[in-house]
Design a protein around this ligand. Structure first.
Ligand code: FAD
Length: 415
């Protein structure tokens, strides 16, 4: 890489969104020069297995790479690995890397994801305290695990719960701490939260809600977690899964609009000329949130935004209006969600949670806005259409498992 090299498309961040942008550009026939700058040393890889099959050892790293190693050179995609973009000079169409090199671009795609939020309490920097965002984080956890019996997981979101499930399978003693009154509080209704809390407890996890961490104790290495109640929980390892902060400071320094993430329009364009932002770091108006500006942290969103930005760069018409979906695997449970349940005013339980195959349907003003489906692929695929159409369906019909959800996508049920 020579200083002041110019690329037709420069992509910052070689994660899901960045890699997918490059892949889509080539599949659309874009022949210009493309470079991906990523601060991780690895080839682009899937992040979801980090808290699932990679952590458990079921999938080696080679099996979670987004493309085989040969792909990038074959497609003439330049990978600049292990370097961070530290500043953006939008007037000159240039970025500066952590090694001082300058790269020029015609279009810049910012796909830098987020940095894991850290605990702010005393002891947060002790050895044995881990985040779960990238391969290096999980490799550090895996290499320490043989000498660890007691793990405290801080955070009852998807990542904390998935990590807890894997650790319990690995026969570790796990305490999971959630500061709010229930797990998954930000993303799901109470019935689903209660179901997953019960499952984890049944698998031996000591799951505690309303449990705020005020201090981590230990000399160099963590040995305990102090709660607001004054109780200290012994720990050989602490895993922190309390969300991310969008990785966007260089864009803000360059004058981009936004607060929680960089603000983009329906083509994923930021307020800066020829700069797009996509994936976890992009705040966008979303139809499924009544047009509110939100960030989505999902592979679906990363891939769909990448497709929009790639098409826009190719001069094709593209508008981001993808249906949000997400999945989570815990034990033998596969959760699939579609839509956004935020703001729901009614929930319908479809099926019996004790059967471990059921769905929770969320409505707002009578319309179906989201589903959480546990071990229930059929409801997920049929219910998706209800969400996309925003269909109004009577709650008793939705709860009736003798009828398939797809029957309610038309005004009158099929005979
Ligand atoms: P990322 O994939 O995070 O990629 C961003 C990349 O940019 C990173 O490599 C980062 O290091 C790099 N970077 C940051 N700043 C700079 C810079 N200044 N210069 C250069 N490079 C930079 N989603 C699901 O849909 N289902 C799941 O089951 C699921 N499970 C998950 C489990 C875990 C453990 C994690 C961490 C995430 C999970 N997600 C899941 C979320 C999903 O992985 C993310 O939404 C997705 O990776 C977002 O893609 P992205 O490209 O925006 O960000």
């Amino acid at each position: 890489m020579s200083a002041e090299q110019i690329f037709d498309v420069l992509i910052v961040g070689a994660g899901h969104a960045g890699a997918q942008t490059a892949i889509t550009l080539r599949s659309l026939g874009f022949e210009g020069t493309i470079a991906l700058v990523g601060d991780e040393p690895e080839l682009p890889y899937e992040r979801p297995p980090l808290s699932k099959e990679y952590l458990s050892g079921e999938k080696p790293f080679e099996r979670i790479q987004l493309r085989p190693a040969s792909y990038w050179a074959e497609k003439n995609l330049v990978l600049i690995q292990g370097h961070r973009v530290v500043s953006v000079h939008s007037a000159n169409h240039e970025v500066t890397l952590s090694n001082g090199a300058t790269l020029s671009y015609r279009s810049l795609v910012w796909a830098a994801g987020g940095d894991p939020r850290k605990l702010s309490c005393p002891g947060a920097g002790l050895q044995g305290v881990h985040g779960v965002r990238n391969r290096a984080d999980v490799d550090a956890i895996m290499s320490a695990l043989p000498n660890v019996d007691r793990v405290v997981v801080v955070g009852g979101g998807y990542i904390g719960l998935e990590a807890a499930a894997v650790l319990s399978k690995l026969d570790k003693q796990v305490v999971l701490l959630e500061a709010l009154p229930r797990v998954l509080a930000r993303v799901a209704g109470e019935a689903l939260s209660n179901f997953f809390a019960d499952e984890h407890r049944a698998h031996g996890i000591d799951l505690r809600t309303d449990a705020a961490v005020v201090e981590l104790t230990g000399d160099e290495r963590v040995t305990g977690v102090v709660l607001g109640s004054g109780e200290t929980i012994a720990a050989d390892m602490v895993i922190v899964g309390i969300g991310i902060l969008p990785s966007v400071q260089p864009l803000f320094d360059a004058g981009a609009s936004g607060t929680n993430g960089v603000l983009v329009d329906a083509q994923c364009r930021t307020s800066l000329p020829d700069i797009f932002a996509i994936g976890d770091c992009a705040a966008h108006p979303n139809d499924f949130a009544d047009g509110d500006v939100i960030r989505l942290e999902s592979v679906q969103n990363a891939n769909d935004m990448a497709a929009v930005a790639a098409k826009a760069i190719c001069g094709q018409e593209a508008v981001y209006k993808a249906t949000p979906w997400f999945w989570s695997n815990q034990y033998d449970l596969k959760l699939q969600t579609v839509g956004l349940s935020t703001g729901h005013d009614e929930t319908v339980m479809r099926g019996d949670p004790d059967s471990r195959s059921f769905s929770v349907i969320y409505l707002k003003a009578g319309k179906v806005i989201a589903l959480d489906c546990v071990n229930n692929v059929r409801d997920y695929s049929h219910g998706r259409r209800l969400v996309e159409l925003g269909v109004s369906v009577d709650a008793t019909h939705l709860a009736d498992t003798s009828r398939m959800l797809k029957e309610w996508t038309v005004t009158e049920p099929l005979a």
